[in-house]
Design a protein around this ligand. Structure first.
Ligand SMILES: [Zn+2]
Length: 367
């Protein structure tokens, strides 16, 4: 069994993943969503579990952007919840600046580093030397999966060394601008205590989309350093496969999918589900990435606020580029997602669409 739950993380990502059976049930958390979604999203999910079930084999903070990292900071700031961690993957200053390697991001990156140390959580233990950077193997090496308790396998597809170097430069710049020294846990914790949050809304004029026209729009790739540093991977568990692509740059993911395809002598990577990169942004869902994947379920995590995700162009690329009738899975019914809930469109373009049940928040995909 493999279940992927897109928690109600507003404009961000928070994926609660369960695999295994009965007593051997294991859990993975990928991202914590933004801070203001924490109480009703991730925290509520954990609070609903018995204490003995609050063990995460792995927690991953894909990158330092607020809509992924803030909920993790809140979670680690609440040790009374009793969550324990087998390993915690996260590239902090230590890993990005160590000879290789948006506003708020760098500062929050420092908060998370400080909390990981304070709570003595195992950090990047799977990466040699233990505590090293989470990044893909050099192009000359093979992509070897990391095996978790219960047999789940994880093959990293992003970030590359180059993208981490870009993040290092951006991180330094931001900390300089904010007059913060990197890797000073005491200072970061003091600052964290005083920090406050933000809010806002963007509206969307909905009309019936035309997938054929939308999909033709020229692709221009995301070039932001934090997204480029995003951890993305192939998860294999319970006999199922899922691509969890964070906010990664599609070029990096594609290059590494190519390495897997070459080895398997296939033209498309066959998986059961894909969590689309960057909440279905048109700058991250490239036609060439879609062309390398065969999947039934295509997951979009966003409520559409702040950054207007998912872009209709990105959804159209899935609808027109997926090999078989794709199933679009949204964790919110919004103006931007409900335009795809049309029997006429579904019939014409041979796709399916799924939304949270009335009154439910988030979406649980059981594979
Ligand atoms: Zn994001």
């Amino acid at each position: 069994m493999l279940s992927i739950e897109m928690l109600p993380a507003r404009h961000g990502d928070s994926l609660w993943i369960v695999y295994g059976e009965g007593r051997d049930t294991q859990r993975i958390l990928v991202d914590g969503g933004p801070g203001f979604a924490y109480a009703n999203g991730l925290r509520a999910r954990i609070a609903g579990l018995k204490k003995a079930q609050r063990q995460l084999e792995l927690a991953v903070t894909t990158h330092i952007d607020a809509d992924h990292i803030e909920g993790m900071i809140r979670l680690l700031g609440e040790p009374a919840l009793g969550v324990t961690y087998g390993d915690f993957w996260y590239n902090a200053w230590k890993q990005v600046s160590n000879g290789m390697m948006e506003p708020f991001g760098a500062k929050q990156g420092e908060y998370l580093s400080a909390l990981l140390r304070k709570n003595e959580i195992p950090w990047n233990q799977a990466f040699a030397p233990a505590g090293g950077g989470v990044r893909i193997a050099a192009p000359t090496d093979t992509l070897t999966p990391i095996v978790l308790p219960g047999g789940a396998k994880i093959t990293l597809l992003s970030p590359s060394r180059e993208k981490l170097v870009k993040l290092r430069d951006a991180w330094q710049k931001e900390l300089d601008a904010a007059d913060i020294e990197p890797d000073q846990p005491e200072e970061a914790l003091a600052r964290l205590k005083k920090d406050r949050k933000f809010g806002g809304h963007v509206s969307f004029g909905a009309g019936a989309p035309d997938p054929a026209t939308l999909a033709k729009k020229t692709f221009s790739e995301d070039d932001t350093a934090p997204n480029g540093s995003s951890i993305a991977f192939l998860l294999e568990a319970g006999g199922k496969k899922a691509l969890l692509l964070g906010d990664a740059h599609p070029g990096v993911v594609e290059a590494n999918i190519d390495r897997l395809l070459k080895k398997a002598k296939k033209s498309r990577l066959e998986v059961d589900a894909v969590k689309l990169p960057h909440h279905g942004s048109m700058a991250n869902v490239s036609p060439s990435l879609i062309a390398k994947i065969a999947a039934e379920h295509w997951l979009f995590s966003s409520d559409g606020t702040f950054f207007d995700h998912p872009d209709p162009e990105a959804v159209a690329r899935v609808v027109t580029g997926a090999p078989e009738s794709p199933r679009l899975v949204f964790n919110y019914r919004t103006a931007r997602t409900s335009i795809w809930d049309s029997a006429a469109l579904r019939k014409k373009h041979k796709y399916k669409s799924a939304y949270p049940a009335a009154g439910a928040s988030g979406f649980v995909l059981k594979l």
